[in-house]
Write a protein that binds this ligand. Structure first.
Ligand SMILES: [Zn+2]
Length: 182
């Protein structure tokens, strides 16, 4: 199913890992459970990785994976925004901060924060699975983390939604006025 491998020029990207991928330290942490990652996730990850590699190939000036930094990842995310389907209101829009706007507006469609966040997670894993070092992983770089946080904060405000991880319902101020003393 890979449409891109017609004449794949391996540009001297030789991974210098000499078979030391399986660290044999049995320190009793016993966490070597082969995680049953759904093949759907794996497929998505491979697709994302191919998309990113294709983006690198089409990059002007040419960009190799080894030279890829966090700022290139941000470039890539901005590039993806044109395919987004999430309405993100800008400041002058009257619907800024309104979850369900009653009318259309000319604000742009973007990638939703949740999609970007998940995408970066998959690419970060794929990068290391393809021989990249964790220390130089551009998907785990500080600039990318900060960018994602900013996107989350802005989209939360713009769309009037909350991305809080804890979905605890906040108690709406327990007013003790309803003590029906009979
Ligand atoms: Zn708008």
């Amino acid at each position: 199913m890979d449409l891109v491998s017609s004449g794949s020029t391996n540009q001297s990207v030789e991974s210098p890992t000499s078979g030391s991928s399986m660290t044999n330290n049995s320190t009793g942490s016993g966490s070597s459970t082969s995680t049953p990652t759904s093949s759907r996730y794996e497929n998505q990850k491979r697709r994302d990785w191919n998309t990113f590699c294709q983006y690198l190939r089409n990059h002007r000036p040419p960009l190799s994976l080894a030279l890829c930094s966090g700022s290139h990842v941000l470039e890539f995310l901005n590039y993806l925004d044109q395919f987004g389907k999430t309405k993100v209101h800008n400041h002058p829009c009257p619907f800024f901060g309104i979850p369900n706007p009653p009318a259309p507006c000319p604000c742009p469609l973007r990638q939703a924060w949740g999609s970007l966040d998940a995408l970066i997670g998959r690419l970060r894993a794929a990068y290391e699975e393809n021989g990249g070092r964790p220390e130089t992983n551009p998907f785990g770089s500080r600039s990318v983390r900060i960018y994602l946080r900013d996107v989350r904060d802005f989209q939360a405000k713009s769309r009037g939604v909350s991305y809080e991880k804890k979905r605890k319902r906040p108690k709406p101020k327990v007013s003790a006025t309803t003590s029906s003393a009979t």
